[in-house]
Design a protein around this ligand. Structure first.
Ligand code: NAD
Ligand code: UGA
Length: 476
């Protein structure tokens, strides 16, 4: 079989960029990305894409309407496709067995059921969502239990390793592509078909093939290793603050060992994003279910240190501001979980903002992309604002009206900081390093404080201007 048509179920942060790049690099393949959300598909078909990702607009503009389509017609796209990616969300379960830890596979299951309902002929079904080990077996159970005559399936695991903010570059120049499949003639043939798709632009040597379960586990393992590095350096940042060592110098000295390497050693207010926490919790849950409590406890500690880091940073703000922030005006610069994305899922800024709100602070929040992405927010019709949605969520507060009254969303850093007692940097946006802090200082209440949760500002310069400066992993 030569793959001529691909369908991707799930037009999110993974499905959208991944399929756009496949369409760009495989002009001989028609790619249709489908989603149950009409709004999301309408945005993918508009001038303003639903996600901010550097370079993505350009790729979509080149392919959309030629060999890249976004549609809500899920059944037709499945029927016509030779290969179907399942790229739906796999959040942490919020109730029932495994609540707060296990991955909720209801969206994966519903995608499998739609495929089972409408598929004709032979389909290669590819698990792109991040899933627990042996999830492919569950997908196969759904498909085979509902199999009609003339229909056959092969299931592959092909986890995605892109990072938000650098997704297009990660997809174009992937360190590796991982494909797991069944070790049978049919399984190997399906693996080869998917290899052929990636070989349009990825050198074969960078395409790794394994058994299905290794592929599924490798995805969880990769995220766990990455998050573990951040928790390791963050744990040492506390030691630095207590001793006078500087965490940037420690990271540099440690990272120069070629066995360790310099990446992912940036101490911070804590890691965020939709996946690290959810995937490690999932790994912990799997270990507990496998009766491996020591392994579960080992990985749980990565999450615990991250919680500790977020709490430590928030506590430092309150303590430094004379142990009370009630009615104090505090500017939060950055709300996305990292720079170059408008995504706020599990952003450490949410934790910091919640703690300050609980203590009675008035917050002035500015983020370059989270704000811009919510047009209504721009005009201060705050009802549809992502930031407010995050901070008034029932998990965060049971007094949403009070929270709304305590927050002002700003369209630039100067207005956000004007008249405030303190600035808290939660996201490492480049534009924050280029701000005129002399001007900002003049318009703040004195003593004026800066809490740099990302270690991106010039602390010595700020101190010279007159700011009282606190940061992570360095005594000021
Ligand atoms: P997302 O929430 O942005 O997108 C998922 C989309 O799937 C949503 O638009 C939703 O409407 C749609 N959907 C859910 N069920 C559906 C169904 N039955 N039919 C049609 N559409 C359906 O999620 P995401 O960030 O793209 O993540 C998707 C998966 O990829 C997750 O498992 C995640 O862990 C993994 N992943 C994410 C990233 C990342 O950077 N966000 C990176 C690597 C892997
Ligand atoms: C992460 C992984 O890097 C991807 O490989 C993976 O595909 C993805 O999760 C996923 O499975 O969803 P992402 O969460 O988009 O990607 O972004 P990262 O660059 O990994 O950053 C995650 C968080 O860690 C951010 O809050 C970031 O600011 C923080 N971080 C990162 C640090 O605090 N220090 C660092 O040194 C690096």
């Amino acid at each position: 079989m030569v793959i001529k048509k691909i369908c991707c179920i799930g037009a999110g942060y993974v499905g959208g960029p991944t399929c756009s790049v496949i369409a760009l690099k495989c002009p001989d393949i028609t790619v249709t990305v489908v989603d149950k959300s009409k709004e999301r598909i309408a945005q993918w078909n508009s001038e303003k894409l639903p996600i901010y990702e550097p370079g993505l607009d350009e790729v979509v503009r080149q392919c959309r309407g030629i060999n890249l389509f976004f549609s809500t017609n899920i059944a037709t796209a499945i029927k016509e496709a030779d290969l179907i990616f399942i790229s739906v969300n796999t959040p942490t379960k919020t109730f029932g067995n495994g609540k707060g830890r296990a991955a909720d596979l209801k969206y994966v299951e519903s995608a499998a059921r739609i495929i089972a309902d409408v598929a004709t002929g032979h389909k290669i079904v590819v698990e792109k969502s991040t899933v627990p080990v042996r999830a492919a077996e569950s997908i196969m159970n759904v498909l085979r239990a509902n199999q009609r005559s003339g229909v056959s399936y092969q299931i592959l695991s092909n986890p995605e390793f892109l990072s938000e903010g650098t997704a297009i570059d990660n997809l174009l120049n992937a360190d590796r592509v991982l494909i797991g499949g069944e070790d049978t003639n049919e399984g190997n043939a399906a693996v080869e078909e998917l290899c052929w798709v990636y070989e349009h632009w990825i050198p074969r040597i960078n395409i790794i093939t394994t058994n299905t379960w290794s592929s599924e586990l490798s995805k969880l393992a990769a995220n766990a290793f990455l998050a573990q590095r951040i928790s390791s350096i963050n744990s040492l940042s506390a030691v630095c603050e207590a001793t006078g060592a500087n965490v940037s110098e420690v990271a540099m000295a440690v990272g120069r060992d070629s066995r360790i390497g310099p990446k992912f050693l940036q101490a911070s207010v804590g890691f965020g994003g939709s996946c690290f926490q959810k995937d490690i919790l999932n790994l912990v849950y799997i270990c507990e279910c496998l009766n491996l409590p020591e392994v579960a406890a080992y990985w749980q500690q990565v999450i615990d240190i991250n919680e500790y880091q977020k709490s430590r940073f928030s506590a430092k703000i309150i303590e430094s501001l004379f142990n009370t922030v009630t009615d104090k005006q505090i500017a939060i610069l950055g709300f996305a979980f990292k720079k170059d994305t408008g995504d706020t899922r599990e952003s450490p800024a949410i934790h910091v903002a919640k703690t300050l709100l609980d203590e009675g602070a008035k917050l002035h929040i500015y983020d370059p992309k989270v704000v811009i992405f919510n047009i209504s927010c721009y005009y201060f019709n705050v009802e549809n604002c992502q930031i407010l949605e995050d901070l008034t969520h029932p998990y965060i507060t049971d007094e949403p009206e009070n929270v709304k009254d305590s927050i002002t969303i700003h369209s630039n850093a100067y207005s956000a900081t004007s008249g405030t007692h303190a600035i808290v940097v939660c996201t490492e946006w480049d534009e924050f390093t280029a701000l005129d802090f002399q001007k900002i200082y003049k318009n703040m209440i004195k003593p004026a404080y800066v809490f740099d949760g990302r270690m991106i500002l010039n602390h010595e310069e700020l101190a010279k201007i007159g700011f009282v400066v606190h940061t992570i992993g360095k005594r000021m």
